[in-house]
Design a protein around this ligand. Sequence first.
Ligand SMILES: [Zn+2]
Length: 196
Amino acid sequence: MSEHQVEQEDVEQEEAEPRPSAEERRAWQAAARRLVRQFPDPVLKNPASDVAEVDDEVRRLIDRMTDVMSTAHGVGLAAPQIGVSRRVLIYRGSEEEGVRVLVNPALVERSEETEVDTEGCLSLLGGDLSVPIERHVRVRVAGLDGEGQPLEIEAEGLEARIIQHEVDHLDGVLITDRAPTEERRTALRELRLRAG
Ligand SMILES: [Zn+2]
């Protein structure tokens, strides 16, 4: 083994989670393309409607979303991505918190400070496409939890980014709509070539 490989291994061991292999990533993307509505499905462009009551039907929806997110190894999922145009999103919180649920979420505060980072989306080539997106660094979001109880979350960094991405889905907005012009053109070309 060369020295270079040894160094790389050290770096990987320091990461919290082992990096998925290319093969694993391809399998997750294939699962996402099978289970998650893909661009240009019109349901992804529709603003979703509010949930009137968190009843058994909504709880079943949340269970289904949780299964799909876990099978596709996503970090977040919005109901329209499984074809249900209602304002429900889930995302992977910290290990203690597990999956977090937000029903009828509203961003009630956004930091002036923003940052740009690359994002992918399970609805765009199963996640195999990333574009740089500018997001607020901190947000406060209000809504209901999976039991219908009022909930407020203050989030920053990656968590804030995921929430903003998923709330966008509920408004019919995709990362291709938010990307800078050049990157948007490149992404749309790639989607035309590889989607379907
Ligand atoms: Zn997405």
